[in-house]
Unconditional design. Sequence first.
Length: 98
Amino acid sequence: MKNLGKIIAISILTVIVCLAIVGWIALSKQAPEGEEGPWGGVDVNVIEKYASDAGREAREPFINTDKGDMLLFVFALGGAVGGFAAGYYWRRLVMEKR
């Protein structure tokens, strides 16, 4: 019975590693810089198509998160705020019953 836990843990770890390898191989075959390839994003394939049909052209965003680590900072800030809120209300969320 003790070995069953180890077998399950090793199986889960093996599945995670295999999925990571498959994902890495799939993502390594991306189109060169400036080309969209067969799996272009929603921005190019849908939004820009309908915007150009309506006579609107693409412009720079107000807050450009592509510069530096701005996007990482925004996600970290959101995670910190959510973590503090969940930590503050932990007892109410998990332990106290109404």
